[in-house]
Structure formats: C-alpha cells, structure tokens
Ligand binder design. Sequence first.
Ligand SMILES: [Mg+2]
Length: 230
Amino acid sequence: MIKVILWDVDATLLDFKKSESLALKKTFAHFGLENCTDSITEQYSAINQRYWQRLEQGELTKEQVLVGRFEEFFAVRGYDAHAQSFCEVFESSLPDCVEFIGNAKAVIEALSKNYHQYAVTNGARAVQRKKLAVSGIADIFDGVFISDEVGYEKPSVNFFKHVLANIPSVDTNEILIVGDSLTSDIKGGNNMGFKTCWFNPQSLPLKDGYTVNYQIKNAEDIFDILKFEG
Ligand SMILES: [Mg+2]
C-alpha cells in the first residue's frame, strides 16, 4: 500500500517548458537581444537539457550548468552577452511564470487528504523555493526537498536517504515516486526500491535499464494506480 508520494516538480507538475520560454523572452528583452522566437527557444532548450543531463551524470557542477548552458548558447548564436548576468536575470524571472500541467493542482490537493506528499526536485534553491511558493505546492505538500539544500542531486542515493531521514518512517515499497525523467526520477526510485511512476505524456519509448512500475499521461491517472495498490 502506498503511503507516501514523491513528486518531481518540473515537467511533471509544472509546465517548465512554458515558464522557461516566457522567462527567456523576458530576459532577451531585458538585455536588448533579438526577438526570441520559438525556434531560438527550442535551440536553447536542447542545450539546457544536455547540461542538466551532464549534471545527473556527475560531469558538471550546478554552477557550471547554470552559466555554461548560456555560454554555449551565446557562442552558437553569436551573441555578445554576459552569461553570468543573463543567467541571474533569467533565473529570477522563471518562478514568476509558473503554470500547472493539466489538472495537476487539483490532483495533488485531492490526494493530500490521504497521502503524505513531498516535492523532490533538482534545481537552483532560490528559483525552486519561489516556484513552489508561487504555485501553492509548498502549502499543499507535507514538505519539499531541493537538491541545492540537500547537497545531493537525484538520482543519488544520498539525496533520497536525506528524504527518508526527514519524513515519518515508512517502508521503501510504500513510497511511489512520480516523475518525467528516467535518469533522475525513475533511476532514483530504482536505486532506493521505491515504486516508480513515469509521467510520460508523449508516450516516449522506455529505455533499457529502468524499472517502471507504472506510466501515466495525466496526473489524474494516478488515482487508478493508488486504487490498484490498495
Ligand atoms: Mg522533471
């Protein structure tokens, strides 16, 4: 029986792509760069994603990811802009652009009556804190765990050990982790023996090396899983 649900935040509960794109447009305007079109946003997104994967694989530090992605992006586009300053303005405007994916907010509100729920998220401390507050997630959940504060990133066992040490005692198989990332959320759940639920709205093919107990396309699909688990 599931007692605890660990939720990834970005691209699982919150539409990170939408807020990223809005924040990028705002920051482009702030620095007087060209009009930030959708294709420019996509170009940035691809670079950004690669940098976060390299963090998960232990190749880069958080600071190297935050600034490095913009250094590469500016080099590719030929912009004469200061990556560090750009990054600071971008990060500070991100949390003001939060938006839930589908009915995610109603779902976590409904579940809060019967389950302990926690946010487990990799990201910059200030940004994630603000996002969790602005979105209301911090009020709905029983707690939040941000990699920056924990000192370890998902999928590290140390990250989740910290979570377990700071929530009421529960068996690992009574924990369900829900997330969109195989490499951080599902891998992290597998490392710990949690039940795993892959939020996979685009029906991407499952890759080798991951144990996925459930797949969902919408947050509300989780009700069926919890019913099945008893
Ligand atoms: Mg995510």
